[in-house]
Design a protein around this ligand. Structure first.
Ligand SMILES: *Cc1c(COP(=O)(O)O)cnc(C)c1O
Length: 482
């Protein structure tokens, strides 16, 4: 852990010393500038003047303030923060992929096209569906792509369907996407066990229903045991079933969503397929769907023609492009490397280990932090602060801050919205028993501190460069200027 007193919080501009320089490189273009004089700046830019060493130390120091998958256990629920194998990076750095010009002709990009084609085929097979687009940049962008595709599908059938049904346990992006697309959202209350209520669903399904959007397993980490009946009911009403596949890590290699009756789904490569999340990106998503929806997917897709791979611009029914070229190809190369490293059976093993890890954490903590559901969970568990801490006026936020002091990235908090004071933990399959034990020990220590000295927990974090932020102001009026 970082010793706070040793952190020099000055910005690089505050460290500036006139005349201090890094490596000096002769500029052969000096005096031959091609910019017109009126376009050139009159004054020198106000850049910090620093030695190369100052710069390296400054940014290395800042980077060490981060929590990351490489430095800390990162149990952020719903996000699948698994290890990003370095082998993936090596694959993405191969010259043929890294230096390919995005406008290169098909003849010059056969390797990349073959990779995209094979990645798509393997995913179709793994998920039991027929067609795929790899263009979307992330999960939410995939939802947007999926609903656009569904809209085009219904328009082609001259059906006017204006409603999207979304359970109240859904990720916020689901209703947000629906309303962005001009649909109205019908919010379905979950049953007390956290599952979708089939009878209630049937009451809301009708000729206006376009799509039922559901997360499987849902955001409470619970499998929808009636999923086949649910899909059947939606299909009887003429609606499509969209699966938010962000939680695919719980099912991969064990269940084929297409066989459950899902018409279209998205997946998040930066979750299930081990590519880095980055700071809000870069990621990559995909829409995988049935034959009936395939003509409406974004173009180009990759088609195999004899021994060649060609960009396929469809038959005019496509929704068009949602992202330049073939999507975030560099991320897709990483995902492909991960894909090739595992057989279908091994993917099943990944899912089983993710489930065991989540249940292990849940069982270690269940006496102090009661879980929302009384059943075993899938790949993530939703806990609550419990009566001892609540009696001291302590909240989930206090627990999250206490974890930072103990060297753990906080889990997802206050989501799903239907659980009061939720703490959502997703360990993923890549964590060891020792790490999970250490995390549980920290959670127990936080509980003990909360009971004996609640103020100390309310004042946490004690070891971070910034303490409690005014989170509302930070979100609504972020002041990012120096
Ligand atoms: C992460 C997530 C999303 C959004 O995906 P992004 O890749 O972050 O855009 C949607 N639904 C669920 C359930 C998620 O966990």
């Amino acid at each position: 852990m970082i010793c706070v007193s040793s952190i020099d919080n000055r910005l690089s501009i505050e460290r500036s010393e006139p005349g201090r320089r890094g490596l000096k490189i002769k500029n052969p273009l000096r005096g031959k500038a091609c910019l017109k004089p009126e376009l050139r700046r009159k004054d020198r830019p106000k850049l910090p003047e620093l030695s190369e060493f100052d710069v390296i130390r400054h940014f290395t120091r800042l980077s060490r303030l981060n929590f990351s998958v490489d430095t800390h256990f990162y149990p952020l629920g719903s996000c699948t923060m698994k290890y990003n194998p370095r082998f993936n990076e090596e694959a993405a750095a191969l010259e043929g992929f890294a230096n390919l010009h995005p406008l290169a002709h098909d003849d010059c990009s056969q390797g990349t096209l073959e990779l995209l084609h094979d990645l798509g085929s393997r995913l179709n097979e793994l998920l039991g569906l027929d067609a795929i687009t790899l263009q979307p940049a992330a999960g939410a962008h995939s939802e947007f792509t999926g609903l656009l595709t569904a809209k085009a599908y219904f328009e082609s059938r001259k059906e006017e369907r204006s409603e999207i049904i979304v359970p109240d346990s859904a990720h916020g992006t689901n209703p947000a996407t629906a309303s962005m697309m001009g649909f109205s959202t019908v919010n379905l209350a979950s049953r007390p066990d956290g599952r979708l209520d089939l009878e209630n669903l049937k009451k809301h399904l009708g000729p206006k229903t376009a799509v039922l959007m559901m997360t499987v397993p849902n955001t409470l980490g619970i499998f929808e045991t009636q999923i086949e009946e649910i899909c059947r009911a939606a299909h009887e009403a003429g609606a499509l079933v969209y699966m938010d596949g962000a939680n695919l890590n719980a099912l991969i290699g064990m269940v084929k969503p297409g066989e459950l009756g899902i018409d279209m789904m998205h997946l998040n490569f930066h979750k299930t397929f081990s590519t880095p999340h980055g700071g809000g990106g870069p990621g990559a998503g995909a829409i995988v769907c049935s034959k009936a929806l395939a003509p409406f997917l974004p173009v180009p897709t990759v088609r195999k023609e004899g021994g060649r791979f060609v960009s396929d611009f469809g038959d005019g029914r496509s929704i068009g492009k949602v992202k330049s070229f073939f999507g975030n190809t560099g991320v897709l190369v990483r995902a492909y490397a991960y894909m090739l490293a595992h057989s279908a059976k091994e993917f099943g093993e990944i899912a089983r280990c993710a489930i065991i890890n989540a249940n292990y954490v849940r069982s270690l903590l269940k006496d102090l932090y009661p879980s929302y559901s009384k059943e075993y969970c899938m790949h993530e568990c939703v806990l609550t602060p419990g009566p001892d801490l609540a009696a001291k006026g302590l909240k989930t936020l206090d627990i999250a801050k206490g974890l930072l002091d103990r060297g753990f990235h906080a889990p997802t908090v206050y989501f799903p919205l239907i659980v009061h004071e939720a703490i959502m933990i997703e360990p993923t399959e890549t964590e060891s028993k020792e790490t999970l034990d250490a995390f549980a020990a920290a959670m127990k220590e936080i509980h003990a501190l909360g009971v004996s000295d609640p103020q100390a927990l309310k004042d946490s974090p004690h070891t971070m460069p910034v303490k409690r932020l005014d989170e509302v102001q930070a979100a609504r009026q972020p002041n990012l200027r120096w």
